[in-house]
Design a protein around this ligand. Structure first.
Ligand SMILES: [Zn+2]
Length: 295
């Protein structure tokens, strides 16, 4: 079994990759990272994510407005995002849909999720009611387009529990009920809680709704034993591994810019925590990502 890794969260359009982006993408192949998901944070970066995805076979895009950019949201933003998703590829290429779940063939622009969206009470750049309404608008767009969601959640003061998780969960439960009542195909695999840093209880509630749990570099840090314990309790078929490049660089590369090739360090740590081989963790998380994003 060869190593087959997937990085489900990397902001490769960031200017910190401007000097050597092609080399960073080439290193993905060197380190067996076969798929990378690039989530947008604004309309502009969503377009950048799509452009990158269209130009490299192993890259895919998510589009959405990040909660720290919630004030960017206007009456036109939802239409702008929908238009990005539904417009033809800039190079005219139409990718045949490998869709097995009967979802709409939105894959032509390699847009496979709405994200990253969510709530951020750490930076608190927008009032909570604004963040919540921007989140709800994008959840409804995801429901309409039948695309899973990539969710960001960060508590005030980086606490492991608080209002942010509770508010997010409340919103997700309501959304999930609506998916269920309309028999939306997303109901089984609605999305991922990206770079999850909360409690086991919150993770379990999200998993009950079908969500996956995204694991990032901090699980490799010495002090993060609580997070490792939480991850030990998550069933492997619910785990995705992500770098959040250029941020959250795992040990032993900590202090340097992060990149998708480093996702292997996260797989190694999960293998250690769950008592498995790294190859097994890579295969399982790669299959999980394929199930969720249908790519
Ligand atoms: Zn991110």
């Amino acid at each position: 079994m060869t190593l087959n890794l997937t990085d489900t969260h990397a902001h490769l359009y960031w200017d910190r990759f401007d000097e050597d982006r092609d080399a960073v993408i080439a290193r993905c192949a060197d380190f067996n990272v076969t798929r990378v998901l690039i989530p947008g944070t604004t309309v502009q970066t969503s377009l950048s994510a799509v452009k990158l995805a269209e130009s490299h076979p192993n890259l895919f895009a998510a589009i959405g407005i990040h909660p720290t950019d919630a004030l960017e949201w206007t009456d036109e933003t939802k239409d702008a995002l929908r238009e990005i998703a539904l417009s033809p590829r800039s190079d005219g290429f139409s990718r045949p849909s490998r869709n097995t779940k009967g979802l709409k063939p939105l894959l032509r622009r390699k847009i496979i999720a709405i994200g990253e969206i969510g709530l951020d009470y750490y930076w608190d750049r927008a009032p909570h009611d604004v963040q919540k309404s921007v989140l709800e608008e994008q959840l409804s767009l995801a429901e309409e387009l039948k695309l899973p969601v990539v969710l960001h959640l960060r508590e005030k003061g980086d606490a492991t529990e608080g209002d942010c998780a509770l508010d997010l969960l409340k919103t997700l439960k309501k959304w999930h009920a609506s998916l269920r009542s309309s028999s939306n195909l997303l109901v089984k695999y609605p999305g991922v809680l990206h770079s999850f840093s909360g409690t086991r209880e919150i993770a379990e509630e999200a998993i009950k709704l079908g969500f996956m749990i995204g694991v990032t570099g901090p699980i490799t840090f010495k002090k993060m034993s609580q997070r490792r314990e939480m991850i030990a309790s998550i069933p492997l078929e619910k785990i995705l591994i992500e770098t959040d490049s250029p941020f959250l660089t795992p040990h032993p590369k900590r202090g340097k810019r992060n990149e998708p090739a480093n996702v292997r360090f996260i797989a190694e740590k999960i293998a250690e925590i769950h008592g498995k081989e790294t190859r097994e963790i890579a295969a399982i998380t790669t299959a999980n990502a394929a199930r969720l994003f249908n790519w």
